[in-house]
Design a binder for this molecule. Structure first.
Ligand code: HEM
Length: 277
């Protein structure tokens, strides 16, 4: 018997086939696609099939999903107050050194060896794909979808790092900042998979330097599901195609500016062109 999460991942794999078919169409036509938009459609259909037994969007339609813009707009507005005062936006970070690029090819190489080239990833493959897991952890460290946990209300006076936080205060935990704190991370502003190579660092519960899903009682209830869905989708996309940035820019010129809101998003959505492997 499959548990609920396994059942969902099985459905996701079927939806991934549609996603890959859409990318294959773009690949044949040499057309760029906005990766967040097409992945959003897949996730939306997965969710709507669960809730309404119906797909809400056609993965082959080029139409923008307006719901995504509405959700993003709301989250940006909701997340606005005071953030800029405390966390200056880092405008340009070079996340893509030569070593990183080399590592990315190892990812693709690992996927081809373990699952066979140009195949979708199955859930059972994920535990045998350590590079892929490093990519996901390093991405969650530098770009956690939720910048803040909270707000939480302090139940009694607490002393923290020499400061008294009075009872009744509202506190936010800045996950984004923790992921970039040099006390915990070597080269915190550089995207380097080595940070997680041969490391047992767990993105859930135990290791507080990496808490993209939160921790303890209010932790994301879907963390197990998400940790199965993300590698299946990302791995399938990487294993099925080679990817190139739209335009003449190389990865080093990629603009990683982030828009701070309830969730983090790239200011300039990633547009990439798939080509056959
Ligand atoms: C990589 C993917 C995801 C990340 C990083 C993530 C992260 C988070 C975080 C940080 C929180 C707030 C925890 C806190 O305040 O302490 C949260 C809450 C929540 N997440 Fe996720 N999440 C992800 C995917 C999902 C998915 C796929 C679903 C649903 C299918 C989901 C459903 C929820 C719900 C319902 C809550 C509210 C829980 C509460 O308020 O008690 N999440 N998530």
């Amino acid at each position: 018997m499959l548990d609920a999460n396994q059942q969902k991942v099985k459905e996701l794999i079927a939806y991934c086939a549609e996603l890959i078919a859409y990318c294959a169409k773009c690949s044949q036509e040499g057309e760029a696609l906005e990766i967040a938009q097409v992945v959003f459609k897949t996730n939306l259909n997965l969710l709507s099939s669960t809730l309404f037994s119906k797909d809400l969007v056609d993965p082959f339609s080029n139409a923008k999903v307006e719901l995504k813009d509405v959700i993003c707009g709301i989250m940006t507005e909701e997340g606005k107050p005071n953030l800029v005062d405390f966390f200056p936006i880092l405008k340009k970070i070079d996340l893509q050194g030569i070593r990183h690029r080399t590592f990315i090819y190892f990812a693709q190489d690992e996927l081809a060896k373990i699952t066979g080239k140009e195949k979708s990833i199955e859930e059972v493959d994920v535990s045998r794909l350590p590079y892929l897991q490093c990519i996901i952890k390093e991405t969650l460290r530098m770009h956690p979808p939720s910048q803040f946990l909270g707000p939480r209300k302090v139940e009694r006076d607490v002393e923290l790092c020499g400061y008294i936080i009075p009872k009744g205060s509202q506190v936010l935990v800045n996950v984004w900042e923790i992921g970039r704190d040099s006390t915990f991370w070597k080269d915190p502003l550089v995207f380097k998979l080595e940070k997680f190579w041969n490391s047992n660092l767990d993105v859930r519960v135990k290791d507080f330097e990496l808490i993209p899903f939160g921790a303890e009682r209010r932790m994301c209830p879907a963390s197990s599901l998400a940790l199965r869905m993300v590698p299946v989708m990302l791995g399938s996309l990487l294993n099925s195609f080679n990817w190139k940035l739209e335009g003449d820019n190389g990865p080093a010129e990629l603009n990683m500016e982030e828009r701070f809101g309830l969730t983090l998003a790239k200011v300039h959505p990633l547009r990439v062109i798939p080509s056959p492997r």
